[in-house]
Ligand binder design. Structure first.
Ligand code: ADP
Ligand code: MG
Length: 700
């Protein structure tokens, strides 16, 4: 065993490599490289072909190539805004090209003199008169004095102070002594055979140093067998870590929350509407989950307006009748407040408690006492609910609304909360997570493999799809007329102000200015204003006024994005809509179309629109379906952004791509289950190898 460990790359510090002292090792940590195995799993993100010289005359726009030639003459040109650039006219005996430098110093200028022979690498693109390469890599060479690379050049993800040369040098060292003894190959034989995957050592050698005859575009599309074998294992590692986290929590104990038919009927009778089939189905799924003494772990997805709140209320009812506490967490104060108002209507006033970060001092102390003593059963609030001093007496159900606004981190941390039940007990709350981000199903199953999954795929009856129009700000006057008319007809409208900067202050100022201007322009309408910097009490007052139809036009920042529910509002204008992403626009638009009226959303943009901006606008014009919007969003932005995982470390993939590699998901899932049941010892090492320090699930 000892010897095995000595052989195994995982147990060899990166400092055992030549040229890696303490200082370099420190820097490598930033790339999550700690041991020798980590070097091998720091995979190239793309490849360049420097294995042969391309004749300049054959270059095509967009082509990356290694060229060699001679400088014919250089000149300095002044472009727009007085920008200086150095142009070197460069040729071989097949053709000519321009090398363009925006940044250059005297020494460079001297080197790049007439007659100098250079070897350059870069991407050719169309220039003013002929092809050019902007800022090529170059070096001065002697004719016939330079060899070409023998394998394709890997380009590694790097970080400050760690250059490609270092990464190449250390990976070469490791590759030179790689053999089967150093790495354990965990993929089951039948998967290897079925997909004709190369073994791990072959795959890694090939991915780090692909042979020069390999196709660079295939490599850059991750289409080679070696790459697929590795991305398969990476997806598998993520799947295993989520399933492991799930299994761990499933082995803990929760309070059983049975639901009696009579109690459910009483609850239903109190509603002013009839539940949709989808709502009923999801409620049944939840009831079945919470009637067990192992924790529910369920994600409920439902497009904006599909009626998730009442589903949460049904679960709450079950826990309340059983005599336990329920915590409901929303991402913004406005939304938490709204839930509080709703839940007070559905349940009795005295059992509900509202807690936010704004509660301070004595008031907070009092509330904390009501929570720890169990005097209040339904605790509603923002993430303030999960500060350390909030101790529940007997939390049995945890509801997280609009989970996409919370990090994955928080989702996992919450699981611990139920344990702090004041008695040092080990009861874990059932968990219900709700989101309106309609991520495509396959993606949801992969990114949330630790959760069961329900969809509310039906809107309440009578909803009319929102008509979306896209207009330039030059037509602002028409939009104003439209609002005027709507208000005269007793309809209500939103005017949403956006800003690029995340600056709260600026955004609020913009809303204030807009409100003043609109008040002047719409002399007969009652204009209200709401933004993030107002006191909670004032915000509440404004929302209530709007709900009670005492305000015709509500000017708002994007604070209203999530959850605000005023069914009579039927028109929404979004100023500078081009600044927002698809998902956010869809969320905002979901504030209208909640009643029986025909609603409209006006996306007002500042011309000119970028290509992506145009695409976003037209997608929204074409569909109201959150799932379609989500799919497009995923295409345009990538999964990291959509899932909000960029910062949190979940699904930070090295080689796999959750959109591109969707076709592997089923097989990955099957393999994960097989490994857990047949080779449980393999789970930890696979997870460690791929997720390393980024893996936070194992310890949750
Ligand atoms: P979301 O899924 O966006 O959180 P909400 O729970 O806020 O949606 O519900 C949106 C609106 O639809 C609310 O006014 C709610 O009372 C209403 N609603 C929910 N379910 C139904 C239903 N089955 N029939 C009619 N209206 C409903
Ligand atoms: Mg909601």
């Amino acid at each position: 065993m000892e010897d095995e460990r000595l052989e195994n790359f995982e147990y060899q510090s990166v400092q055992t490599l030549k040229g890696v002292g303490q200082a370099v090792a420190e820097k490598l940590k930033r790339l999550e490289i700690y041991n020798v195995q980590d070097v091998l799993f720091h995979l190239p993100m793309r490849y360049e072909d420097r294995t042969n010289l391309t004749p300049i005359g054959s270059l095509q726009p967009g082509q990356q190539a290694l060229i060699e030639g001679v400088i014919n003459h250089c000149e300095i040109k002044f472009g727009g805004r007085g920008r200086r650039s150095l142009l070197c006219h460069f040729s071989d005996n097949t053709g000519a090209i321009v090398l363009r430098f925006f940044h250059f110093n005297k020494a460079q200028q001297n080197n790049l003199s007439n007659g100098a022979r250079l070897r350059c690498f870069g991407e050719a693109r169309r220039g003013a008169s002929r092809l050019e390469i902007v800022h090529p890599e170059y070096k001065l060479v002697q004719q016939g004095g330079e060899s070409v690379e023998q394998s394709l050049t890997p380009v590694y993800p790097k970080t400050e102070g760690v250059h490609q040369t270092l990464l190449k040098k250390i990976s070469s060292q490791v590759l030179a002594k790689i053999n089967q003894g150093h790495l354990v190959d965990w993929l089951p034989d039948q998967v290897m055979t079925k997909h004709q995957f190369p073994d791990l050592v072959t795959a890694l050698s090939n991915v780090h140093r692909p042979h020069k005859n390999e196709n660079v575009s295939a490599l850059n599309a991750c289409a080679t067998k070696a790459q697929q074998r590795l991305l398969f294992e990476e997806l598998l590692a993520h799947q295993l870590s989520l399933l492991q986290a799930r299994n761990k929590i499933k082995q803990t104990t929760s309070n059983k929350l049975p639901v009696k038919k009579e109690d459910y009927s009483v609850f239903i009778d109190k509603l002013s509407f009839q539940l949709t089939m989808a709502q009923e189905r999801v409620i049944a799924e939840i009831f079945s989950d919470i009637n067990k003494d192992s924790p529910m772990l369920r994600l409920v997805q439902g497009d904006v307006g599909s009626g998730k709140t009442v589903v949460a209320a049904a679960a709450t009812m079950a826990a309340k009748i059983s005599g336990y506490q329920i915590a409901i967490m929303a991402p913004t104060e406005i939304l938490a407040e709204q839930h509080y108002v709703n839940f007070k209507q559905w349940f009795d006033d005295d059992s509900c408690l509202f807690l936010t970060g704004k509660d301070k001092g004595k008031k907070r102390q009092q509330k904390l006492e009501q929570i720890v003593s169990g005097a209040r059963q339904i605790i509603i609030g923002t993430h303030a609910l999960f500060q350390d001093d909030v101790i529940f007496k007997d939390l049995s159900l945890l509801i997280v609304d609009e989970q996409h606004r919370f990090g994955v981190h928080q989702r996992l941390a919450l699981r611990e909360k139920g344990r702090k039940d004041g008695k040092g007990g080990n009861i874990v709350p059932h968990q219900l997570i709700m989101t309106a981000t309609p991520i495509p199903r396959s993606l949801a199953m992969t990114a949330y493999a630790d959760l069961d999954y329900s969809v509310i795929d039906e809107l309440p009856k009578g909803r009319k799809p929102v008509t979306t129009v896209v207009v330039s700000t030059s037509r602002r006057e028409e939009v104003i007329q439209r609002i005027k008319k709507a208000c005269e007809n007793g309809e209500q409208a939103y005017w949403v102000c956006t800003l690029v900067e995340e600056s709260d202050v600026l955004q609020c100022q913009a809303a204030e200015t807009a409100a003043e201007q609109l008040t002047a322009e719409l002399s007969n309408a009652r204009v209200g204003l709401i933004h993030g910097r107002m006191k909670p009490l004032d915000k509440r007052a404004i929302i209530n006024k709007f709900k009670n139809d005492e305000i015709d036009l509500l000017v708002a920042t994007t604070v209203i994005e999530v959850g605000v529910d005023v069914p009579n509002a039927s028109l929404m204008v979004i100023e500078n809509a081009e600044r927002l992403g698809l998902a956010q626009l869809h969320q905002l638009r979901g504030r209208v179309g909640r009643g029986a009226k025909q609603s409209a959303c006006v996306l007002m943009y500042q011309a000119p629109l970028s290509e992506q901006g145009k695409q976003r606008m037209s997608i929204l014009r074409e569909t109201n379906d959150g799932f379609k919007v989500a799919e497009k969003d995923l295409e345009l932005r990538g999964p990291g952004e959509v899932l909000g995982t960029k910062q949190t470390g979940l699904m930070q993939l090295r080689i796999a791509d959750i959109v591109r590699d969707e076709l592997w998901f089923d097989e990955v899932k099957k393999t994960a289950l097989y490994i857990i049941s047949q080779h449980p010892k393999a789970v930890e090492p696979i997870v460690r190898r791929w997720l390393g320090k980024a893996d936070r699930f194992v310890n949750v």
